[in-house]
Design a protein around this ligand. Sequence first.
Ligand code: SF4
Length: 155
Amino acid sequence: MNYDRYYACDVLNGEGLRVTLFVTGCRHACPGCHNRELWNRHVGQPFTPEVRETILDLCESHDGLSLSGGDPLHPANRDAIADLCRRFKQRYPDKDIWLWTGYLYEQVQHLPLLRDVDVLIDGPYQQDQPNTLPWRGSDNQRLLQLFDAKHALCA
Ligand code: SF4
């Protein structure tokens, strides 16, 4: 997996004070996308163990980790994202992970890594849709509390 950048102290991508990682690679090609330069998964820098540990260390003093791009659920990114999420939850079981993806939840709900994701903002960006809801790029996107969904599924 490659990444473009991370924000060490972010209040714009999720609730509270967060560390936000922008990975590269996206297949959705949404018209009007503001991050076209991140579609190619070979651009950016390798997401090395050193970068991963730096991000995890930063999370110590934050409310959570946010994952965006590009698409963190691009097939080529899933193993590294799963590993990052697993390590985050091992260290910070009471902190949350927010993840933005162009896939619909129904297309990715089988992925084991979603067990470690607390909030999923799903679906492609649609430039003809209004943008009135917090944390979305367009209002067709859903903000799904997966923690609640897991409890619902277990109930
Ligand atoms: S999913 Fe996001 S990054 Fe990918 S094309 Fe759509 S808006 Fe751009």
